[in-house]
Design a protein around this ligand. Sequence first.
Ligand code: ISL
Length: 536
Amino acid sequence: MQKHWWHTATIYQIYPKSFMDADGDGVGDLQGIISKLDYLEKLGITAIWLSPVYQSPMDDNGYDISDYQAIADIFGDMTDMEELLSQANQRGIKIIMDLVVNHTSDEHAWFIEARENADSPERDYYIWRDEPNDLVSTFSGSAWEYDDKVGQYYLHLFGKKQPDLNWENEALRQKIYDMMNFWIDKGIGGFRMDVIDLLGKIPDQKIRENGPKLHDYLKEMNRASFGKHDLLTVGETWGATPEIAKQYSNPDNQELSMVFQFEHIGLQHKPDRPKWDYADGLDVPALKCIFNKWQTQLELGQGWNSLFWNNHDLPRVLSIWGDTGAYREKSAKALAILLHLMRGTPYIYQGEEIGMTNYPFEHLEQVEDIESLNYAAEALENGENIANIMDSIRVIGRDNARTPMQWSAENQAGFSSAAKTWLPVNPNYESINVAAALEDKNSIFYTYQALVKLRKEAQWLVDADFELIDTEEKVFAYKRYTDEETYLVVVNLSDQEQALKLTCPIKETIVANTDLDEVVTKQTLKPWDAFCVRTN
Ligand code: ISL
């Protein structure tokens, strides 16, 4: 198998509005990110996945792009972007840009032209129909919006201000590849591809994900842009199975480096229910089955996994699956150890490395996220009571991940000098913040730092096979083994003691959040105990 830099990389996701505000307007910006590169270098990450910083009316915080080759004023300008690239590269950190090409903003010049001029090439860049069908938007309501000027409906699988692009149009595809090359020429490290599995949609047949031409488009994109460079490409694919993930990530297919699969995230809500109908607690046996399937079915050389608990659309993992009370630090380390020692490329979402938690949202007025707001409006219309709606938003809403990064115990958590930030700072910032984490040698930060370093140095993390070990229900244990070495990872995913039979002698401790001698003597795991050892 050809080795790439991303096989041993850990990626750090930045949500620009919430990372660091340098100009004091209450919103994060590029200069803010630049000012924190030393911190990221200390963490050791190889690349930053930068959520969109392009020009945008910010209806969906930048996932609604009005110019792919310009920077949003709130974040800075192209000079700041170039400075970020060069300052990051000097520290050995690559920048992965977010590629949002399922849709644009309705304020993109293409859409404006498409609406105004029936004869323009741009008209066919979007998807117009005389009559809507019953496709619904991910952000509630019909996926079709009537346009007065055109006298037809356009498709929007997300917000009304996010019209879907028509990938059947060859000229449009070429424009996208040109735009990708513009960024590649600037020296970026790759692309994270927003809802990439929707590109092959056939709205008339109500096919959204995994349409028949999807992989042809990706092969074409690969040939026309990143294929000639050693870049990381990761597709967001909610509908991927291991079989589908191999189609994307098998090197022979020349499509993408890897995809984000969301099967484990599906455990956050009740089966076959909308995400708002969240599940109580973590179904550990189901989680084991899912990771076992992905780890064993994406064989080395035939596909590659990405590993994540968090992103900007998800609740904070500690709040939904970990412990935010007495075991906050321990459960954060346990979850990190579980994830980072599997095969794949791990992703850390800003604040995860210090154990940030959900925000205690109480009123709808505190909510900014379009998905949550549209859901609330629809649910209220259907007679749902506001307390239940707020309960769902508090547990699973996207703003939980988007409150400002907590840098210190100072005003606004050191994120901004503004009196009011775009989303409020979590009241727990006085104890949960970067400054405190850096001072404490036992903090979550240093466990992440150790895992990132291990990922860079330990070849077995790439090569070794994975085998799930049968244990107590709430214990997640697996082996990673090569011909020469065997590693054992054991994680207690509960706040109860668990019995453990450790039969092999321990040759070396790789990482642990607990006193291993005690575990061995008592053959018992304390709440949230986690470790990795080499057993031969
Ligand atoms: O989290 C989700 C599942 O209910 C959705 O909110 C989310 O829209 C979906 O995961 C797709 O996400 C991506 O595309 C959206 C954007 O709002 C998300 O932030 C982005 O990650 C539209 O561009």
